[in-house]
Design a protein around this ligand. Structure first.
Ligand code: ADP
Length: 436
């Protein structure tokens, strides 16, 4: 509105309009000062974090200043010649949205008074009638008491009707919001209960399943007497299924622990990343050999990097990524592992040339239990929990996991850590306590 007043003053002369520039400049100044004060007060509230109790009085006082300014502007522009009064409706909307219904009704009545005030004062001869276009009809209309009365009544009724509409919409929106909030809280509660029940059941299944698995292998290995070949094969299959279930249960429990874990600062240690990866690769090569996959690395020729983290957790993270890279490669394929250091970061890159991930599924692969159709066909034993675990561990280490789809096929997983330059330093990554 400040800019509007100043523009009106500047273009008024050029368009030969009858404008009271003094009033417009006064209004612009008043609004500019009021805006400055309101901005300053809002900042002060924000700093003290008490804005919720301070916003309403501020909105009300700003609205009152705006209504006064609008009243002056509508007087200068000749309120009945131009649809300036529509601007009052904007103020009614703001107040109705932010304030209590009764307060907004009161402000609407005040707005109607402010809108009618210039006409009333002009009608009573307190102030001279102004007309933007110098219209001869304006003066005679204002002097006519029937017109003045009808005009003011119309204003009052129009404002009240508008207030009623907006406040009804606001009330129903607030009601919806409340219902949605309640439904959301209920869903969260149900979800928490469901997770708790699942975890409880999972915990209870863990021990019997592990026992079944060990009995099955006792049978298979002939400790209870030699089994016929067919029976041995069946027992072998039971053992594999039991192993898969045990792994799934371990992953479910691990993931839920990671999500709710409070990691103590002292568990983070600074260690050499190259050496750690070399150990991980040695383990991975055993699995790779079973799948006829070659694992190559350039760690020996790369600079030595240090990172800060919990070794066991990072072992889980790396072995999940390496296992995926190997599992989703085709026999004879290659998995490459390298390090990329940049300023204060170091990235572990695990690249494979396997079945790849469809571009449109990239967003979802970190979702729990999500598996692509190709992956399910290629490796029916997957749980869809490996990458969610990777994501949680990365979060605890303030590390970033990204996936890239190389143009020549396969996939590339990149985990970026903050580099440590002081191997003797210990503590949580980024020097912060981790309370996840
Ligand atoms: P799982 O491997 O047990 O299915 P993950 O959570 O480790 O579960 O991976 C989720 C899904 O992400 C996989 O099912 C697969 O679709 C996809 N994925 C992960 N790593 C790779 C990879 N290296 N190549 C192709 N697809 C992958």
């Amino acid at each position: 509105m400040v800019a509007g007043c100043l523009v009106a003053v500047l273009v008024g002369d050029r368009l030969a309009l009858h404008l009271e520039k003094g009033i417009l400049i006064g209004v612009a100044l008043l609004l500019a000062v009021a805006n400055l004060i309101f901005t300053w007060v809002i900042r002060a509230f924000k700093n003290r974090q008490t804005e919720s109790c301070g916003v309403r009085p501020l909105v009300i006082s700003q609205t009152l200043v705006d209504l006064f300014a609008l009243s002056c502007v509508s007087y200068v522009l000749g309120g009945i010649e131009l649809p300036v009064l529509v601007l009052f409706l904007g103020e009614i909307i703001i107040v109705t949205l932010f304030c209590h219904r009764k307060v907004s009704l009161l402000i609407t009545l005040v707005a109607a008074c402010f809108a009618a005030l210039p006409l009333l004062l002009e009608h009573r001869g307190v102030i001279p009638p102004l007309s933007l276009f110098g219209s001869p009809y304006q003066e005679s209309l204002i002097a006519d008491p029937r017109f003045a009365g009808a005009y003011m009544t119309f204003l009052l009724l129009a404002f009240l009707f508008f207030w009623y509409l907006v406040s009804e919409i606001t009330v129903s929106l607030r009601l919806r919001e409340l219902q949605l909030q309640r439904a959301h809280e209920k869903l969260l509660l149900l979800d928490r209960e469901k997770t708790r029940a699942t975890l409880l059941a999972t915990h209870e299944l863990k021990a019997p399943l592990a026992a079944i698995s060990s009995y099955v292998y006792t049978l298979r290995d002939g400790y209870c007497g030699e089994l016929p070949e067919q029976a041995r094969q069946v027992v072998e299959r039971i053992g594999k299924r039991a192993d898969m279930l045990v792994k799934k249960i371990f992953d479910i429990i691990l993931l839920s622990n990671l999500k709710t874990q409070v990691v103590k600062n002292e568990r983070f240690k600074v260690f050499e990343l190259n050496g750690f990866l070399a150990q991980e690769l040695a383990e991975a090569r055993e699995l790779a050999a079973q799948h006829e996959i070659q694992v190559v690395d350039r760690l020996a020729t790369q600079p030595v990097y240090y990172i800060c983290g919990i070794r066991e957790q990072l072992h889980t993270l790396m072995s999940n990524l390496l296992r995926n890279a190997i599992t989703y490669s085709r026999p004879g394929g290659r998995v490459e592992v390298s390090l990329e250091g940049r300023r204060d970061r170091v990235t572990v890159v695990v690249r494979d040339h396997g079945i790849g991930i469809p571009r449109e599924k990239i967003e979802r692969i970190f979702d729990e239990h999500f598996r692509t159709n190709d992956a399910a066909r290629h490796n029916p034993d997957g749980t869809g929990l490996g990458l969610p675990i990777v994501r949680e561990i990365a979060r605890l280490h303030h590390a970033l996991v990204r996936v890239r789809i190389p143009d020549d096929g396969g996939s590339e997983f990149r985990v970026t850590f903050r580099r440590q330059t002081q191997p003797q330093a210990e503590g949580a990554p980024d020097g912060k306590d981790s309370d996840h």
